[in-house]
Design a protein around this ligand. Structure first.
Ligand SMILES: Nc1nc2c(ncn2[C@@H]2O[C@H](COP(=O)(O)OP(=O)(O)OP(=O)(O)O)[C@@H](O)[C@H]2O)c(=O)[nH]1
Ligand SMILES: [Mg+2]
Length: 449
């Protein structure tokens, strides 16, 4: 079946029926009074997520959907019938957007989830509702309200746990075909895959997850080169991405490391959030001799960035278990330890480590300063806590010149307190240390001299 993941449709809810103007006319009944019934409500347009559907293809062909109008009211106190709601079934994972404003109306990500996209109009009241003691023959009734109308854009974002990313021909379809029962087309030419494929991977202990294979990305995909990056939408909801690098490529312009950077740049251009998702980097086609030659330098280069790599061969099944283990760990536990490695010690880092051992360099001096600072601070704080007397002990540790000044300040604190009689003892104790000492330095000195 053709895969369609984006459509524009117009939906209109039914209008409410009008209320009726009618009067009772019967033999021997004089002035029977008003008996016009109410109009029925119009049908609403409701979208329902249906797990049986996988594509929006039906909406490609039928783009206008209208719910029925409510029936008008009738004489003889008869109300009009309300119209049934129009139920539109869409695949699970469909996003409803208002075409005009771009606002997301709903994200139908669970089977059976419903949303009223357009509400039906309300039926009008018949003239019998308007009869009063002073107005016994109301010759009017209320009209029904019109139903809402909208232009909608439906976007299908497949629901998968793991997304496969890579350049064309990297072996994404081959990978999904060996870890799941999905059977996508595999061929030795770029853009074999034109629509996303899903595969259910049966992991250990009854655990399973859904993997999505999307068409390959190339440089400039964000500007629409190749198939563009429109299919990235299908891996947006994934929790983990498997980034497949083609180690066996023999074309001039392709190189695994450059591919890795290019694709990450494209991801970044598409969505910041997507580029932040955990990536399991798999180096594919390691059954080929020239791919094995590249393994060492590529692994080293990525290790320097702290990225762990998983050497695999999708053709022979080599390295599949460690790859799936890493994917499952991120997926089920949220831990990403397996995706990172400790970068090897570089020259700069070695130099940094060695610096303190030399003893005469700048580093020890800095250390001493760092150590000194808390030593200075601690007694001062203590002094503050113990109020005045402890301050002397702190003052002893500082220079000989500073000591008397601080003492003077300490002495002055209670004096000032007595004069002002406003500040509490606690406030003074807190404020007394360094700041006040500095402020009151000069008068203290003056007095001494
Ligand atoms: N030698 C070798 N060939 C591989 C391996 N994996 C995939 N291939 C081959 O690489 C070619 C491309 O594989 P696909 O799985 O179609 O690649 P893809 O990434 O899905 O490509 P697109 O759908 O075009 O994006 C096929 O001819 C595969 O047989 C591998 O591990 N070793
Ligand atoms: Mg493919």
């Amino acid at each position: 079946m053709k895969f369609v993941d984006e459509v524009r449709i117009q939906v209109k809810a039914g209008d409410g029926g009008n209320g009726a103007v009618a009067f009772r006319r019967e033999k021997y009944i004089d002035r029977g009074g008003p008996n016009g019934g109410d109009g029925g409500n119009g049908g609403s347009v409701i979208f329902v997520a249906d797990p049986q559907l996988t594509t929006l293809l039906d909406y490609r062909y039928q783009q206008h959907h209208r719910a029925r109008n409510g029936e008008g009211g009738m004489g003889n106190d008869c109300n009009g019938r309300s119209a049934e709601d129009l139920i539109l079934r869409v695949p699970v994972g469909t996003l409803l957007r208002d075409e005009g404003t771009g606002e997301v109306l709903a994200d139908l990500s669970e089977a059976g989830q419903q949303v009223v996209a357009c509400k039906g109009g309300r039926g009008g009241l018949g003239n019998m509702n308007f009869a009063t003691s002073t107005r016994q023959t109301p010759r009017f009734a209320q009209d029904g309200t019109p139903g809402e109308e909208r232009m909608l854009r439906l976007e299908l974002k497949l629901l998968a746990d793991v997304g496969l990313l890579g350049f064309p021909n990297a072996g994404k379809s081959t990978l999904i075909s060996i870890v799941s029962r999905a059977r996508p087309k595999i061929a030795n030419y770029p853009f074999t895959t034109l629509v996303p494929n899903l595969g259910l991977v049966q992991y250990k202990d009854g655990l399973s997850f859904v993997m999505a294979d999307i068409p390959g990305l190339i440089e400039g995909a964000s500007e629409g080169v190749g198939l563009g990056h429109q299919f990235l939408r299908h891996v947006e909801r994934c929790k983990v991405l498997v980034h497949l690098l083609d180690m066996g490529t023999e074309t001039e312009d392709r190189e695994p490391l450059r591919d890795f950077d290019t694709l990450n740049q494209e991801l970044h251009k598409y969505s910041e959030e997507l580029s932040q998702k955990p990536q399991v980097v798999a180096l594919n086609k390691l059954d080929l001799p020239h791919a094995q030659e590249r393994l060492e330098p590529v692994t080293r280069a990525l290790r320097e960035r702290g990225i762990a790599v998983f050497p695999v061969s999708c053709a022979t099944g080599l390295g599949m278990q460690p790859l799936l283990d890493a994917v499952a760990e991120v997926l089920f536990t949220g831990r990403t330890d397996k995706l990172r490695v400790e970068p090897p010690p570089t020259k700069a880092r070695v130099a940094k480590k060695a610096a303190p051992a030399r003893g005469t360099g700048k580093a020890p001096a800095k250390k001493a300063a760092v150590k000194k600072a808390p030593a200075k601070k601690a007694p001062a704080e203590k002094a503050a806590a113990k109020k005045v007397p402890a301050k002397k002990a702190a003052a002893k540790k500082t220079s000989a010149r500073k000591a008397p000044a601080k003492k003077a300040a300490v002495k002055k604190v209670p004096a000032k307190k007595a004069a002002a009689k406003k500040t509490s003892a606690r406030k003074v104790a807190k404020k007394a240390p360094a700041k006040k000492a500095a402020a009151k330095k000069s008068p203290a000195r003056r007095r001494r001299s």
